[in-house]
Design a binder for this molecule. Structure first.
Ligand code: A2P
Length: 415
């Protein structure tokens, strides 16, 4: 009797729609454009994905790290995946497929997590945290099990006469555990449904407060939220979640998921220096880290803080007043204003070039970590500026860039 012909098995890469927060990181990271999305889901094209794992470490929730053994000819199509509310269960493979599976599987076996951590990557930032980072909790609360937080503060932190309506929102978790670290984010579930009648997906916001709370010793945290009234092209657009959040009153309740993020974390060891580069609401994690340092100023443990902060004008720069009150010997503040009347337009990357000596000095110290958060467009500009200042000193940026990534010392969070 003839043996059954082996059937080709695929270890299919899938994204868990119940955990995914639709942050777009995977789609941006995928080097071969295998990931796409619609208004419902992020999905992986089985005909393109080669299991390279580049998208796995940057995913803040881990929803990307799902795999199913399927007969290749019956792989879940993009259309299937776009319609899912949850991942399908693992299906038993036909016998012939099971026989062939180990070889077929080996061919698509993704590299181990350890291999991924040192793999050269096209991503601009590290996929590992700094060596001394504290261990983060992630996904304690999901779309199915959100936690309720109470609004205990909601203040505008930009000039009332400007178009930039940015709010500092404080959420309290009462007796429920919500442990966080600076650099992590949370998801907010706005009430209501989208045009298709589906509940809105969570929107992700970085924490603006340090690990011990917006008010030290309390179980609360803060967010920096810009009311979205136009899209990146300047066309009128209504941000569902940002408008919901900016309009909240004290004692309102909010559904929260998370926390998320396991790499954009600050170092914990004494005398670690931070170079912080941000625009607009990208200042949230920088405020969290700065506040962590400020609260332990007396300990003498702090390294140096060098901040590059971009905004249209002083009045549109969130937290301008409190920021300018910080002692000059505690933090070196460089403001890049792009639309201040009577001043030339300046971006953070211009200031990095102007402060080349200070940047180089800190870069030469292995205790320095760099954080970049804000508009997507700044990524290239900041990398170019860092390349320029290092090359001016005869250093090879390619090598330094690789070291910074490998040592978890260069982190990007852009949108
Ligand atoms: P611009 O005045 O050219 O828009 P926003 O207020 O839109 O959040 O932007 C925050 C700041 O970031 C603004 O000063 C804005 O300048 C600036 N910005 C815009 N694009 C870039 C970019 N590619 N690199 C650095 N900064 C940028």
């Amino acid at each position: 009797m003839n043996a059954a012909l082996p059937v080709e098995v695929l270890k299919q890469h899938l994204i868990d729609p119940e955990i995914c927060i639709r942050c777009n990181t995977c789609e941006e990271t995928c080097p071969i454009d295998a990931i796409t999305h619609d208004s419902n889901n992020y999905v992986v094209d089985p005909d393109i994905c080669n299991g390279c794992m580049a998208c796995v470490p940057p995913c803040p929730t881990g929803s990307i790290d799902n795999w199913r053994l399927v007969v290749r000819a019956e792989a879940y199509s993009l259309q299937d995946q776009l319609g899912w509310d949850e991942l399908p269960r693992e299906q038993p493979l036909p016998e012939a497929a099971a026989v062939a599976q180990p070889a077929a599987d080996a061919a698509v076996e993704p590299p181990s997590a350890a291999a991924v951590a040192v793999m050269p990557s096209a991503a601009p930032g590290a996929s590992v945290p700094p060596w001394s980072a504290a261990h983060p909790y992630v996904n304690l609360y999901t779309h199915k099990t959100p936690v309720t937080a109470t609004v205990v503060g909601n203040y505008r932190v930009t000039g009332a006469d400007t178009d930039s309506d940015i709010h500092h929102i404080v959420l309290d978790f009462g007796e429920l555990p919500f442990p966080v670290l600076e650099g992590q984010s949370i998801g907010i579930l706005p009430p209501g449904a989208d045009a298709q009648g589906r509940p809105h997906h969570a929107r992700q916001y970085s924490l603006a407060s340090p690990r011990d709370g917006e008010r030290a010793g309390y179980n609360n945290l803060s967010l920096t939220v810009k009311r979205v009234t136009e899209d990146h092209q300047g066309q009128s657009a209504h941000g569902v979640c940002s408008n919901y959040l900016c309009d909240l009153a004290k004692n309102d309740t909010v559904q929260v998921i998370g926390p998320f993020g396991h790499t954009f974390l600050m170092p914990n060891h004494p005398r670690a220096n931070l170079i912080m580069i941000c625009t607009g609401t990208g200042s949230a994690p920088m405020r969290a880290m700065t506040e962590r340092y400020r609260r332990r100023i007396e300990t003498g443990e702090n390294g140096r803080l060098l901040l590059f902060f971009g905004a249209r004008t002083e009045r549109e720069l969130p937290y301008f007043g409190p920021l300018m009150k910080l002692p000059r010997d505690f933090i070196d503040i460089n403001l890049a204003l792009s639309r201040e009347a009577g001043q030339p337009k300046r971006y953070v990357q211009d200031l990095i070039r102007e402060r080349a000596a200070a940047v180089r000095e800190l870069l030469a110290d292995r205790n320095t970590c760099i954080y970049v958060c804000g508009l997507k467009g700044m990524e290239v500009g900041v990398l170019d500026a860092l390349r320029e200042v290092t090359m001016q000193a005869g250093q090879d940026w390619t090598i330094l860039h690789d070291v910074l990534r490998r040592e978890g010392r260069l982190h990007f969070e852009t949108y």
